[in-house]
Design a protein around this ligand. Structure first.
Ligand code: ADP
Ligand code: MG
Length: 364
C-alpha cells in the first residue's frame, strides 16, 4: 500500500481505449471498450471498464465516479483529517467527549453495519477499532523491519477489546450525529467501506444513465448491465488464485465467474499481511480470539449489492466452514466460493453454474 501511495503522486488517472470496434469488424456494435484507472482512494487502484459510444462519454462517467470515490474515501478515513470535513477520524477523536455531526453517507454506512452485525453472527464489528489499530501498528512495523516482526501481546489486545461495544456507538438520525460514548473507542470501517462506496458510486452512475460498466475497486467488483460488444451477454470476472496473487494484480485466475448486474467480492489472507516466524499474519481479526483465523485462503461472495457483499465476505472468512456456509445459505440471493487451506474449492450450487471451469459457464 505504501507503494501505491507513492505512485499516486506520479499517476492520477489513466484512460485507455481497449478495442476499437471498427478494428474488430466482427460485430455490429457501435460501442467501444474503455478502461480508466486511478489511485488514491481506499488505498487501492480503482478501475472503471465498460462500453461507450466514444471516449468522452466514458471519461465523463469515470471522472464522476472518481470524484465520488475520493469524497467517500475522505469521509470513511480513520487516519487523516481533512479541512471542512467531519469524518470517521473526527468521530474517533471525540470518543467520550461529544457527538459529531456528519454527512448522511457516514450515518448510513454505520446504520448498515449495525444492522448486518446482528444478521451475520456478530463477527464484523465496526467498533473493533481499538483492537484493529494494535494489529495495524504491529503489521506496519513488521513489514518495515521483518527481523523484528512479532505478534501483539494477548493481554494488550484483551484490554483494547473492552472498548469495542457496538451498542455504545450512539446515532442521532434527526441531528445526524455519531457519538462514541466511551473514551478510547474507535470505529474502523475497513471491512465494509470500500464495497459500500462502490455500491453508492455504481447506483449514482446508473441514475446518471450509464448502463454498461464494471467498477473494480481493488478486487471488489461491481458489474452493471451487460458488455456491449454485440456478442457477449455476461461479463467474465476473474477470482484470484491466492497462491499467485501479488495483492494488486493476479498472474493467473483460479476461476472466472460470468455475471450481470451483481457484485463479486473477495477477502483473502494474501491481501494485507506481515510475517512472523514464517507464518502469514493477515488483516482480518476474529473478535472472539482477537487473532486472525485460518479457515480459508480466500472467500468470494457474489450478490447484487457490493456493500452487502463486502460486509458478509469478511464475516464468512472469520466463521468456520459449516457456520460460514450456513450463514450464506440463510440469506436470500447470496452465493459463495471458499478456497480452503489445501487449495480445494467449495461452492454454493448457484455459484457453480456461473463458473467457467467448475460449471462450464460461458459469456453467451
Ligand atoms: P479488503 O477488501 O480491503 O482487503 P476486507 O473486506 O477483507 O478488506 O476487510 C478487512 C479489513 O476489515 C481490515 O483491514 C480491518 O480494517 C477490518 N476488520 C478486520 N477484522 C474485522 C472484524 N472482525 N470486524 C470489523 N472489521 C474488521
Ligand atoms: Mg469486507
Amino acid at each position: 500500500m505504501i507503494f501505491l501511495k507513492k505512485l499516486v503522486a506520479l499517476v492520477t488517472a489513466v484512460l485507455l481505449l481497449i478495442t476499437g470496434c471498427s478494428a474488430g469488424a466482427k460485430t455490429s456494435s457501435k460501442y467501444s471498450k474503455y478502461t480508466y484507472e486511478f489511485l488514491g482512494a481506499f488505498d487501492t487502484m480503482i478501475q472503471f471498464m465498460g462500453y461507450a459510444e466514444n471516449e468522452k462519454q466514458f471519461e465523463d462517467m469515470s471522472r464522476k465516479g472518481q470524484t465520488r470515490f475520493e469524497e467517500l474515501h475522505k469521509l470513511y478515513d480513520i487516519y487523516n483529517t481533512y479541512e471542512g470535513i467531519n469524518n470517521v477520524k473526527t468521530i474517533n477523536d471525540n470518543a467520550g467527549i461529544k457527538p459529531v455531526e456528519v454527512k448522511q453517507e457516514l450515518i448510513d454506512v454505520i446504520l448498515f453495519s449495525k444492522d448486518w452485525y446482528k444478521k451475520t453472527g456478530s463477527k464484523i464489528n465496526i467498533a473493533l477499532g481499538p483492537v484493529l489499530s494494535i494489529w495495524h501498528d504491529y503489521r506496519e512495523k513488521g513489514k518495515e523491519n521483518p527481523a523484528e516482526a512479532k505478534l501483539p501481546d494477548l493481554e494488550i489486545l484483551k484490554r483494547a477489546a473492552l472498548k469495542t461495544d457496538l451498542d455504545k456507538v450512539a446515532i442521532d438520525t434527526a441531528k445526524r450525529t455519531v457519538f462514541l460514548s466511551e473514551a478510547g473507542m474507535r470505529l474502523d470501517l475497513g471491512a465494509v467501506a470500500k464495497g459500500y462506496a462502490t455500491e453508492l458510486v455504481a447506483k449514482e452512475l446508473m441514475k446518471a444513465g450509464y448502463t454498461s460498466f464494471i467498477i473494480n475497486s481493488g478486487g471488489n467488483v461491481r458489474v452493471v448491465g451487460a458488455p456491449r460488444d454485440g456478442t457477449r451477454s455476461k461479463w467474465g470476472i476473474g477470482i484470484q488464485d491466492p497462491n499467485t496473487s501479488t495483492g494488486i494484480h493476479s498472474d493467473t485466475n483460479l476461476e472466472t465467474v460470468f455475471m450481470t448486474d451483481a457484485s463479486l467480492v473477495t477477502s483473502g489472507d494474501y491481501q494485507r499481511y506481515y510475517e512472523v516466524n514464517g507464518q502469514r499474519i493477515h488483516h482480518i481479526i476474529d473478535p472472539v480470539t482477537l487473532m486472525p483465523p485460518y479457515y480459508y485462503r480466500s472467500v468470494t461472495i457474489m450478490t447484487k449489492d457490493s456493500g452487502v457483499a463486502d460486509f458478509i465476505d469478511t464475516a464468512a472468512f472469520i466463521l468456520p466452514y459449516e457456520q460460514s456456509r450456513a450463514l450464506i445459505e440463510s440469506i436470500e440471493g447470496i452465493d459463495a466460493l471458499w478456497v480452503m487451506p489445501d487449495g480445494s474449492i467449495r461452492v454454493t450450487d448457484n455459484m457453480k453454474k456461473m463458473l467457467k471451469n467448475l460449471g462450464g459457464a460461458s459469456s453467451k
